[in-house]
Design a protein around this ligand. Sequence first.
Ligand code: CP
Length: 309
Amino acid sequence: MSELSVNHLLGIKYLNEKDIELIFKTADHFKEVINRPIKKVPSLRDITIANLFFENSTRTRLSFELAEKRLSADVVNFSAASSSVKKGETLIDTVNNILSMKVDMVVMRHPNPGAGIFLSRHVNASIVNAGDGAHEHPTQALLDSYSIRERLGEVRGKKVVIVGDILHSRVALSNIFALKLQGAEVKVCGPKTLIPKHIESLGVGVETNLKKAIEWCDVANMLRVQNERMDISYFPSTREYAQQFQLNKSLLESLDKEIVVMHPGPINRGVEITSQVADAENAIILDQVQNGVAVRMAVIYLLASKINR
Ligand code: CP
């Protein structure tokens, strides 16, 4: 198979295992490209991409922009905070105005779950979901699995625990879909109040004891508590959260094996993870960021090859 089964990347839910294999094979090629002295290829010289960010971002926004520029696409950036959205313009009007300037692809981060799906039904462009509320963050999950594959050889059969605020996390949901699709075993771990009811129906285990979860896993993906999505308290205090769910050196040293430590960022050092652990050799946090560019190049390249112009 040399093309994706989808015309948009709205969520991992819509991909199959072959799609993920194709994205990773293509990313392998682009990873080699971005490590050359000349990091650019002319593949998308005739493509224009708009990056629409209605929510804050550092890694994803910069990573998409770099990926697009490395592929020689023309790039326009839009930030809701400084746009006419503030004057009451709707999402569809905003995007259609941008598309009338002959834009082929839209990369969008939005606080509302399903915003990308909605847009894909109303506008004539390829849509890439760069995070929609607490729903999905598909490119994050792809770069996470790609980084596990790079460090451990393959994803199939690996035991991955996702720790923290699962309830509000688009990273958790996309990772669960991606890891299960590739044959990994997945558990989630966190306070009961931050684990969605019925999450087992996605084929994942639940563990509320961090030590047991860490003893079980090959990979721990540590998540931030997403205070910006909370309107009530889900645990007594940050100090008590850290006492129970922080990954620290003494916990790692109590193991009779080495595990891979991941974090999608942004990190709250001293809460879900200590600096000592985040900066250690078995933490692949910056590898994840580096791989994000190659993986996003692959996604954009493969979607662009499906655009009818
Ligand atoms: N991982 C991630 O989505 O980070 P940003 O919010 O900085 O894009």
